[in-house]
Design a protein. Structure first.
Length: 262
C-alpha cells in the first residue's frame, strides 16, 4: 500500500529538521509517479508555510543532459526557494553553516529576478528575458534528505528538488542584455580550480531553462510573479562541502564571491 502524501512529506520535513536522512521513497513507499512526487513537495512546502516560512522563488534541477541520462529522464525538475535558507552575501563574501544541511554539495548558476507576471501558456525564452528585471550569479547549496544520495527522479522531486540553500551575487540589470549562454563561471575550492562551466550548460541557455520552469509551474496553477527569484540550473559540476571549506566563485563580468562553510 502506497503511503500517503502527507506522511512522506512529514518524513522529509523531519529529516530536514533533525539532519537524519531517510531511505529513497521509490524503495520504501513505491512512489514512481512524477505528479505524486510534486504533490509531496507541495505538501511539505505547505507545512513550512504554516510555520511561517516564506517562498522567495524557484530552483531548477536536472538541467544537465548528463544528469538526465544518468537518471533516465527527459526534462528538468523544480523546487521552491525558502527564505529561511537564503544566505545574503555582504562585501563579496558569505559564511554558511555546513551543519544546516544534509549531505551538502555546491554549484554555480545564473539567477533571474522576475519583474513581470508570466501567466500565459507557451512562454518563450524571449519572454523570460523581457520579463526579467535583473540577473546575478547564483550559488546553490544542494542537499539531500535521501540517504547516500541514492535518488531517482521522484525522490529528488519530492525532496524539493534536493534543495538546501542559496546565495547570490549583486543584481545587475545590464547582465540580462549579455549573452547569458556564453558566460563562464569558475569555482576555486580551497585555492584550487575545481570546476568550470558556461551558461549554455543549463538546457542550452539559462532563459530556456527558466521558460521551461514558467510553463511547468502553469501546469500546477502557479505562475512566476514580480519579485520571484529563479536560479536556473547548475552550469558547473557539484562539489562536496564540509565545514572549513572555502569556495571562490567567478562569473564573466561580475564581482567574485567567496563562500566559506563554518
Amino acid at each position: 500500500m502506497i503511503t500517503s502524501v502527507e506522511s512522506i512529506a512529514n518524513r522529509l520535513d523531519t529529516a530536514w529538521r533533525t539532519n537524519t536522512p531517510i531511505p529513497p521513497i521509490t524503495e520504501s513507499d513505491g512512489i514512481t509517479d512524477v505528479k505524486a512526487a510534486y504533490a509531496i513537495q507541495q505538501c511539505w512546502t505547505d507545512m513550512r508555510l504554516e510555520r511561517g516560512e516564506k517562498i522567495v522563488g524557484r530552483k531548477i534541477g536536472l538541467t544537465s543532459k548528463a544528469i538526465q541520462q544518468q537518471l533516465g529522464v527527459s526534462e528538468p525538475d523544480y523546487g521552491t526557494l525558502w527564505q529561511s535558507s537564503f544566505y545574503p552575501a555582504e562585501n563579496g563574501k558569505v559564511d554558511i553553516p555546513a551543519s544546516d544541511f544534509l549531505q551538502p554539495r555546491i554549484e554555480g548558476e545564473i539567477a533571474f529576478l522576475i519583474g513581470k507576471s508570466l501567466r500565459e501558456p507557451g512562454i518563450t525564452p524571449e519572454q523570460i528575458l523581457d520579463a526579467t528585471e535583473a540577473c546575478a550569479m547564483g550559488i546553490e547549496v544542494v542537499a539531500s534528505r535521501i540517504a547516500d544520495w541514492k535518488i531517482k527522479l521522484v525522490d529528488t522531486i519530492a525532496d524539493n528538488a534536493s534543495y538546501g540553500g542559496f546565495t547570490l551575487g549583486p543584481w545587475d540589470k545590464q547582465m540580462r542584455n549579455t549573452d547569458l549562454g556564453d558566460l563562464v563561471m569558475t569555482i576555486h575550492h580551497n585555492g584550487v580550480l575545481a570546476a568550470e562551466g558556461v551558461g549554455s550548460a543549463a538546457l542550452g541557455h539559462p532563459a530556456i531553462s527558466t521558460a521551461w520552469l514558467a510553463n511547468k509551474l502553469l501546469e500546477f496553477g502557479v505562475s512566476l510573479e514580480p519579485g520571484d527569484i529563479v536560479i536556473s540550473g547548475g552550469i558547473t559540476k557539484m562539489l562536496p562541502v564540509k565545514a572549513g571549506d572555502e569556495f571562490f566563485f567567478s562569473l564573466t563580468g561580475q564581482p567574485s564571491l567567496k563562500v566559506t562553510f563554518i
